[in-house]
Each structure stands twice: as C-alpha cells, then as structure tokens.
Design a binder for this molecule. Sequence first.
Ligand code: NAD
Length: 475
Amino acid sequence: MREYDLLVGGESPSAAEQTTVKDPASNQPVSHVTRADETDVAFAVESASEAFETWREVDPTTRSQYLMDIAEGLRDKQDHIAQRHTEETGRSVTDSKRSVEFAAEYFEYYAGLTHQIKGETVPLSTGEFDFTKCEPLGVTGHIIPWNSPLLLASRSIAPALACGNTVVAKPAELAPMAVMELGKVAHDAGLPDGVLNMVPGEGTIAGEALVTDKRVNELTFTGSKEVGFHIRETVSDRLIPLNLELGGKSPNIVFDDADLEAAAEGAVKLFNNAGQSCYAGTRLFVADEIYDAFIERVVDRIERMTVAKDPNETDVSALISPSAQSEVDAYVESALEAGATVTTGGCIPFEDGNFYEPTLIEDAPDDAAVSCEEIFGPVLTAYRFESEREVVERANDTEYGLYAGVWTTDLERANRIAGHIEAGTVTVNNYASPIPQAPFPAYKQSGAGSEYATAALRHYTKVKNVRMAVDKTLR
Ligand code: NAD
C-alpha cells in the first residue's frame, strides 16, 4: 500500500488521520494519504507566506527554469505518475500518460511566459512619467477536483508560480495521488521550500480551512457549482480574486450538411473519462432531416464500445465512486419516469467496480432532470430540432455555459451559431479539448475568472500604477 504525507515547507509531515484511496474499477484500497486538518493548513499557509517574500524576487529567467525543470520531472516520472493516476481515477494508462504529458505542457507553456508578465507606459504631460507593473498576489489557494486531477492542478499552479505567487493546493480526497506526485516532482526540481505546498484532505475541513484563511490572497476552485457558490459566499467579506471553474451541460449541435462520420465521432467523445468532464457535450441536438440516420451511427459506435474491468481494455472507465454510480443510475431512472426512452445502455454491468454502460437517451423533455442537470456520467441525451433559431434557444436554455459544439459545412452558419450560443468556447467541426494556449472562459453558472492562456497571467497578478514627477531639463 502506498503512503502519502503532506508536503509543507519542503517537509513531509504526517497527520493523525488518513484517507484510504480506492481504485474505482474494483473499490480496492490503493493508498493511504495523510488527511490535513485546520492546523496543517494554517502551517502550510504560513510556509507559503514566508516563502513568498523571496520567491517574488526570483527573476523571470530563473522562475521559468524551475517550471521547465518541473515539466521535465513530470516526463521523467511519466510511467510512475500515470500508474497512480490510473489507480485513483480508473482511467487507462494511455489516458493517464496523456494527462501527465498535458500537465508538463502547462508548465512549459507558462515557463515561456514569465518575461511577458509586464506592464505598460502611460503617456502623460511633460514633467510626469507613468508606468504600470504586474505584481504577484501572494499566497494562492488551489482546490482541485478528482475528475482530471493532475491536469487541473497544473493548469492553475503553473501560471500562479510563473507570476511569482506561492501555492497551497488541496487535492481531492478521492484522487490525491497524482497531484501529490506533482508536489514531489517540484520538490525534486529544487523549487524553494514553501513555494508549493500540498494539503490533501476533506473539503469541509482542509478545503474550508484554506478558504477561510485570511492570509490567502487568491482562490482557484474547480469543482461543483454548489461548493463553488459556497466558497464565493464564504469569501464575500474579502476582496480577493476568485477563479471558479464549475459545471457544464454543453450542447453539441449537428446540422444536416455536417460530415456525419466526424460528427458521430465527436458525439461519442462524451464517453471519455466516463462522461466525468465539465466540458462534455452531453446534449446532442440533431437536425430533424438526418436525425434517424445520424442516431443510428451514434448507437452503432456506442454499442461497439467495450466495458471491461481492466482500465486498459475498457472504452468507458469506471465512475469515481459507488455513490457516483448510483447517482447516474438514478438520473436514467428519472428519465424513464419523465417519458424518455433508453435507446442503448442504462445498466450497471458488473457487481463490483463503479462501471456504468454508455447510455443514449432519446425523447427526454427539455425540462427533465437529465436535460437540465449535470449528470457527470456516461449518459448522452439526444434531441431533434428544425431550425437554427429553435436550436440556439434550446441549447441556451441551461444555467451553464462552458462549451458547445457545432457541426456544419456552412461556415456562415457556423459563425451565426457561434455568435448566438451562450458558452465560453464554441468548437466547430471538432469537439476538441481545452489547450493551454487558448482561453477557457465560462459563461453563466459555469464559472467566473480566467484559466488558460495569457488571461491566467492577469488573474494571478495585480496591477500597480506608478506615477512619477520627473524633471526632463538637461543640466
Ligand atoms: P466538488 O465540488 O465536490 O469538489 C471539488 C473540490 O472541492 C474537492 O477538492 C473537495 O474536497 C473540495 N471541497 C468540497 N467541499 C468544500 C468546501 N466546503 N470548502 C472547500 N473545498 C471543498 O466537485 P467534484 O465532484 O470533485 O468535481 C466535479 C465537478 O467539477 C463537476 O461539477 C465538474 O463539472 C466540475 N469541473 C469543472 C471544471 C472546469 O474547468 N469548469 C473542470 C473539472 C471539473
């Protein structure tokens, strides 16, 4: 059994309590992870506060080199970290290796931007010189979910460090190992003590302690809408930047002129990570003229998917926990009660492990729970539509606004739809995953703040304006 302790101030203290991490494919224990309490979190914040005083002064070239070294360390330990990622998330080793690679790319991307964290000069009348600079915020708190833990930790930790902040990160209790491995890699890369601290533990204890600690000057939270809103309430008496990356209920719209093979492939991308992805295209809108033929293609693909207990054999991995499996099953039940049809799937295939069959639901009313709420499981719901205006209205009829897909060979139409869809990202003819170079904004209840791309550099810094009186007279 693997053991993980806290990573605080360059040390690995253990605490009295431990969490047992279980493999979702078998529910067998795979590791014991020290569970941080309020005192541990306070100590981590103190370490991060102390380290900030020197880290903020580290020049951009050196900071960049640290980030590059972390990227290299992740790649060197790719097999080991991917194995831990697979054990805790149930995803295939190939998938987990890809996550390690993406994590490394985040560190490289922000390593390349440390010299771009800069201000501007402001032209003023003679006798004055005005310039701005971007200063780090101080201690930043990062609360991480279990669904893609390493990648999501890296996407906020890398820019926070690049900007000269220090970090206290709280990995999710269900999947902390790969994030703890990132902490070890950073330590081995020589990152100064206290710059990156890891406090695995429960949300209501370690998470809450991080959120309420007034020495924390920024919070990045990725997770459910409920907890995100709770955090916003909790910090409402402090004017700190908040990055909330919450849920989604993304539309994926297929027009009659689309490349149907490509669109069908795009539709079943939902089943990656068993549908446990914030930007998954969960609501499939198909033009009436092609609906039956297109759904046939999608069903054919779904029915060819393997569901197997071996994470390296299965196309649809296990859900994170038994309770997640029951919730997905309850959603499918509720769809039947609402008059919908389960076209394929809809069952728990094995007694052990948290698997759920890839499922397609048709004829669900637009106001059914499966049509409105984030299921976070391998469940796709399909709907017919007749016109652009109608589909845009229905696609937007959700509290979320994270992502959307449009499939059409008419680029004018694609542009019209992209202009009217209320989502932070609209993908056209390619339901592509987020990448570090492009922003990943959130509309409506899907979040507030800005991860990815150069937007993250603005989030993790504050602007200072310096206005100087200058005497330009030659002497
Ligand atoms: P969750 O909200 O249950 O937990 C997320 C994290 O918050 C965990 O580390 C948890 O321990 C912590 N937490 C829980 N209660 C807390 C509290 N009171 N105070 C502080 N921290 C607390 O979410 P989850 O089930 O782990 O993740 C799935 C959700 O995350 C889905 O809704 C998904 O859409 C969303 N998500 C969003 C994005 C995005 O970029 N928008 C990416 C991935 C996941």
